[in-house]
Design a protein around this ligand. Structure first.
Ligand code: GLU
Length: 423
């Protein structure tokens, strides 16, 4: 039976690297019909904080990484003490002051890593290992080995930064007479310059991506690609398809470069494909927060979502695109204003405003018809009016169709902006 675990220490937020480790464990468990354990390694009472724990659990839930079993090492101190006593009584460990230390005997340790192959270490390179600290708390490696053994973890999948701990932990397994699990160390996540992933390449905390308007499906999909590939150069992949294809042996051992552009692209794809009313549900609270009192109910809001969903990289882009609707004042891009609104078109704008005001059922078709009539009456090219009108209404030279834009802005605001453009 496959049993894997993710073992974060609540000494900081859940990072992108930690989330990738959690995801690969979770996927392996799901792909094999096994169990995924969440184990909180909070033996460091000073650095572990309840708010970090809460944030880690919240991030895991948001990503959909549900767990089958949950443990906290701070509930298990007595157990670690008992195993330390056992090693002391068997003369495999000794006391130094109050600390308990494992005797390390000369030998060669071989670790078979599923991703990196065989790793050979001479214990000459390993000093005696502290198991229990003088304050009575276990060290990371001691608690980790006891738990992995008792929780019957079949494969330890974790970041490559733990590779140097593995031979030391094997000594502890052997001293305790426990079966050694399989190991798989995941490649580091690198920034585009090849250095270790840092804030410069993009946010490191999962929650930050959430507040920046990323969808959890896009993050999960992106994390999958950091070290693993579904094949055929495919990037957007459903979890169902990924699970059919997932195997630890296919994980790359070279570092995985983080690309914010690729994540943004994936996010835009997921946003575009989302059901409009579902997306509207997600966007409503964001709009309500930025524009308290804004009218976000009803068909008009869904219409806005429909219009802009193909133009968003993150959910926050919606707030940018719709600022001309929810703000009373238009924020003009200066260059655009001088290009399209420097020539006085008050006559044309006023005529259009009048026609639009007269429409009782203000919809795309009716707005377009009014516009065409004005153009015909004035004997001008439609293009001569489209651009200035768009700029007057939205402040921008680009956007979705003009008549849709008018409808989401509303009849009265549209007419009013046109009338006031050249005052
Ligand atoms: N608590 C360790 C960490 O946060 C876990 C390492 C492991 O998976 O063994 O890095």
């Amino acid at each position: 039976m496959v049993r894997v675990r993710f073992a974060p220490s609540p000494t900081g937020f859940l990072h992108i690297g930690g989330a990738r480790t959690a995801l690969f464990n979770w996927m392996y468990a799901k792909a094999q019909g096994g169990k995924f354990i969440l184990r909180i390694e909070d033996t460091d009472c000073v650095r572990s904080k309840p708010e970090y724990l809460e944030e880690i659990l919240e991030s895991m839930k948001w990503l959909g990484l549900t767990w089958d079993e949950y443990y906290k090492q701070s509930d298990r101190f007595e157990l670690y003490r008992q195993y330390a006593d056992k090693l002391l009584s068997e003369d495999k460990a000794f006391k130094d002051g109050d600390a308990v230390i494992l005797k390390v005997l000369p030998k060669i340790i071989k670790v078979y890593d599923l991703i990196r192959g065989e790793i050979v270490v001479d214990t000459k390179e390993i000093k005696d290992q502290v198991l229990m600290k003088s304050d009575g708390s276990p060290t990371y490696s001691f608690a980790c080995v006891i738990d992995d053994a008792l929780m019957e973890v079949s494969c330890v999948i974790r970041g490559e930064d733990h590779i140097s701990n593995t031979p030391k932990q094997i000594l502890i397994y052997e001293a305790l007479g426990f079966k050694v699990p399989k190991f798989a160390h995941l490649p580091l996540i690198l920034d585009p310059e090849g250095g270790r992933m840092s804030k410069r390449a993009g946010a490191t905390a999962v929650t930050e991506y959430r507040t920046q308007g990323y969808l959890s499906q896009a993050i999960v999909n992106y994390l999958m690609l950091l070290g693993w590939s579904p094949g055929n150069n495919q990037e957007k992949v459903t979890m169902e398809a990924a699970l059919k294809n997932f195997s630890i042996k296919k994980i790359n051992k070279a570092g995985a470069a983080f690309s914010l552009e690729k994540l943004q692209w994936l996010n835009s794809q997921y946003i575009k494909e989302m059901d409009t009313s579902k997306l509207a549900e997600v966007l409503r609270p964001l709009v309500a927060e930025k524009y308290p009192g804004a009218n976000i109910q009803g068909k008009d809001f869904d219409h806005m979502v429909q219009l802009f969903k193909g133009r968003m990289s993150t959910l926050l882009d919606f707030l940018d695109w719709t600022d001309f609707i929810f703000n009373d004042k238009v924020n003009f891009e200066e260059e655009v204003r001088s290009k399209h609104l420097s020539q006085d078109m008050s006559k044309e704008f006023n005529l259009l405003a009048e026609r639009l005001s007269a429409i009782s059922d203000f919809n795309v078709k009716a707005a377009e018809q009014a516009f065409r009539e004005v153009v015909a009456q004035l004997g001008i090219e439609a293009g001569a009016l489209v651009h200035p009108v768009r700029v007057a209404l939205t402040g921008r030279a680009v956007g979705p169709g003009l008549f849709d834009t008018m409808v989401v802005l509303g009849r009265d605001k549209t007419s009013q902006r046109l009338k006031e453009s050249f005052k």
